[in-house]
Write a protein that binds this ligand. Sequence first.
Ligand code: UDP
Ligand code: MG
Length: 321
Amino acid sequence: MKKITLVVPCYNESESLPLFYPEVDKISKEMSKEAEFEFLFVNDGSFDNTLEIIKDLARKDKRVRYISFSRNFGKEAGMFAGLENATGDYVTMMDADLQDPPALLKEMFDTLESGEYDCCATKSTSRNGYSFFRKLFTKWFYGIIGKLSKTSMVAGARDFRLMSRQMVDAIISMKEYNRYSKGLFEFVGFKTKWIEFENIDRQAGVSKFNFFKLFAYAIEGIVGFSTVPLVFSALIGILFCFIAFIMIVVIIVKTLIWGDPVGGWPSMVCIVFMVGGIQLFCTGIIGEYLAKTYLETKRRPIYIVKETEKDLKKQSQNQKN
Ligand code: UDP
Ligand code: MG
């Protein structure tokens, strides 16, 4: 019998988990003839009682495992820790807020069992429930990255996907510090089937991604999967040299004909400001790549574990003794 590991990154999900667990427990019972389940909760430095809830689940249900981080490392680190520690033949990632419908797992499992696919991924067809600005920026982001990167990113793709062991191993072999999973999934290749569903609202609690976090994540995606912005800054440089050359010619000719070399101060100031701005912008682009390289070379761990379900078992054994 195949084992499915369900990786669930949780950051302050005390309101969602009591709704989430019964749902996945239900689907695991429905699929009990075909597959066994492992629930791997990753507590990403929550400061509410998420960890307590997970520990309670682990005490009651021996399929529940958990990894608790020493602080908040972000969803990407949570997913990576989950993939690294999953023991299943198939592994899936799910948000704790039930935005990823557990009912789809059956179809996803059958797809992989057919042997034709290595992965069954999901995408939501709408972004209803998200703010106007979030929808607008997401659309722009996919437009931009689509043009800049050779790795094609699927608009609306969720992290909810069931993957074969082979694909999971390929993903965890990439130990980069600046992680952008949507790109990594595409980068490793493998045959993927896409299932679509209507976006579902978060069932409890609030979104953990504000505008700035999402913006930083978008930059992560662009810098991680394209070097075109660097070429772009070089091209702006060439364009400005060309414009400057034409202006020099115009000024020389004008001075020779009308003999007024001092005119045009205001335009000069504007040009200085603009060129200065463009230079800083391009330096910023280069700086962004340099910063990412700097962080990668430090080889800091992607996450730090404070405790796992093994500690819980030890504790209860000590209490018995
Ligand atoms: N999450 C996490 N660490 C973070 C932020 C989020 O583990 O720093 C988890 C969160 O608990 C949830 C999932 O990532 O299970 C998706 O987060 P959320 O639903 O807030 O994002 P949204 O659906 O609004 O994009
Ligand atoms: Mg959500």
